[in-house]
Design a protein around this ligand. Sequence first.
Ligand code: HEM
Length: 703
Amino acid sequence: MVLNQMSNTCVSENVADFTSNEIRAFRNAVKTLIEVDGKFNIADIFPWLKPLDPQRIQSKAEAAYSWLDAVSDDFIRRRLKRTETSSNTTEWVMTELLLNPSIMAKLRQEVSDNVGAKGKIEEMCPGIPLAQRMVSLMIASLVYQFDWKLPHSTYELDMNDIFGITLLRATPLLAVPMNFREGITVYTYEKLLLSEHEQTITSIMELLGFMLCSLLFLLAIHCLSLFRRRTLPPGPYGLPLVGNLFQIGPKPHESLAKLAKKHGPLMTIRLGSVTSVVASSPAMAREILQKNDEACSGRPIPDAVTALDEYNHAVLWMPAGAEWRIIRRALNTYLTHPQKLDSLRGLRHTAVEELIQHVKEASQREEAVDIGKLAFTTALNQMSNTCVSENVADFTSKEIRGFQNAVKTLMEVDGKFNIADIFPWLKPLDPQRIRSKAEAAYSWLDAVSDDFIRRRLKRRQSKMPRYGDLLDSLLDFSQENEAEFNCKHIKILLVDLFLAGTETSSNTTEWAMTELLLNPSIMAKLRQEVSDNVGAKGKIEESEILELPYLQAVVKETMRLHLSVPFLVPHKTETSVKLKGYEVPPNTQILVNAWAIARDAEHWENPMHFMPERFLKSEVDFKGQHFSFLPFGSGRRMCPGIPLAQRVVSLMIASLVYHFDWKLPHSTNELDMNDIFGITLLRATPLLAVPMNFREGITGRTM
Ligand code: HEM
């Protein structure tokens, strides 16, 4: 009825009659538009989501609009809302009248008195707006010309509504009309349509209203974030909703270092809904990692990590509570304790011998090798030998690709900028497909790790000789502490160690070789030191090279200038904490820009130069006590793998430098020194170099 009233008012013809299908199509289109126009649409508040149309609102609206467009072109679209609103009001009025028969009777009396002898209903109040006229006329006509009752003689009616632009009845109102009373319903409006001028004013008012509401909404969100930030350290001004996103760019370690110069060594940045406090000086790093170590010991969990089954049992990501302490204790006892490290030395040597053999073959062919890839393969095998006494791959087979790919993919996706991390309501959509990639890689590693454990349990049952590696120790430990540490923990821990301990070590080796190739005099000095040590023994001993000052200075200088984990693994406040007088609330992300600190001219002379000599007469080391040099972090979440990493990296560098001379291909001394940001700062282009003049000697074991 309202549709026809409106269509007659607008275009002087019915758009449908009461029985044909046409009214359904028309009503459907109107209803759809009313529903989708009023529905909460995520794309309205984040316009960059519009192309994705995540709730399929735009596509539904498009279908309905084009139907209506075809029927009556632009005219109808401008009147739709009013149509639905009027009919909805009429429906609600009739609902109430049916529930209140005495009011219905009183109303009918009033209308009958007005109709009187005229026998027709006329407009009751000239000058009132269109909607009121339509509603009044409909109600008066319905009430005057019929008696009404509810079907099934019930007075119970569903009074629920559905939210949208208009609040519609949840279930349609069905009622039975009776006792038709004669009389004509007559329109005597002289001017039912709004004039063109009135329409223009209405549209402008609607538009202004919408803009004002949007502005107020953004302002409210912005004020809320300013209110929350009032106790936090200062920081760069950000845009509503996205915050400082556009000031960060693809190299956050560099952009945040620049911003810190302006806003201070403790600053706040906001990315979407994530607030972070960034420390960029040794003093602020100490404040966080030493003075407020416990309060700042949490970990924010990237969405990618949630793809790992039971990620909350992973030592890297779990809170620093009782379960975490048990795992750290197991690592300190069975992996990085000096005695344990010494007893597993032979297993690590084997992996390096295989590396040297592979490079030797390449040198005979005068072929360039990808040093990062070889170092990664070696680190992977060193770790797998330490953990499970077997190679997970060799230098040529396909298998290494599977393992290498899984570890590389995870290091990449866990550290990649993910829009779903800063707008958590995007997580179910996984817009960059980061979680799904992580899922595939995690389940691959999970299956391999599971297989290691199953095979070892079988071997232990069959009473075959023990390997005495990390897995044996962890299984012993779990038998003694079954309630707190079981096979599930071991499985996740093995995955964690491959992730935390391989790419970090191989990346450091690759950067060290890059600098040595660019600085031949440093390479020569280092080779001399290692050769002197090897001497008549003819072999490199891991235990001895840890004491070689120049080699250790080269390792430290590489870790300073090419700090592998630029923001450490991000921390999170577990409780409210005071940092430099600012009150930082719980769940705030804490980033220590260790990369910027290690290159700060205030603390380092000629910070951009590779000068191992700076460490020769210095006490500074990487064990977490010198806050100007934090390649492994500091405090309770500091890397537990330092002694292992130091051995692995030192052994690889010493062996590569001792056994070969090296040159860059194409006799160039230019190297791309760019890095790619992730959990680890990788070289942007692989380091290719030609090994020459193989020198005999054993990368020796002393078992
Ligand atoms: C050059 C090699 C390495 C570097 C540069 C490195 C660096 C780091 C850094 C910066 C952290 C985070 C510290 C923090 O959040 O404050 C970390 C954590 C960790 N690292 Fe290493 N790491 C290396 C090698 C290793 C190795 C060989 C292992 C194997 C045992 C290992 C195991 C771990 C684990 C398990 C954690 C997590 C600790 C926790 O959250 O409690 N890392 N590493």
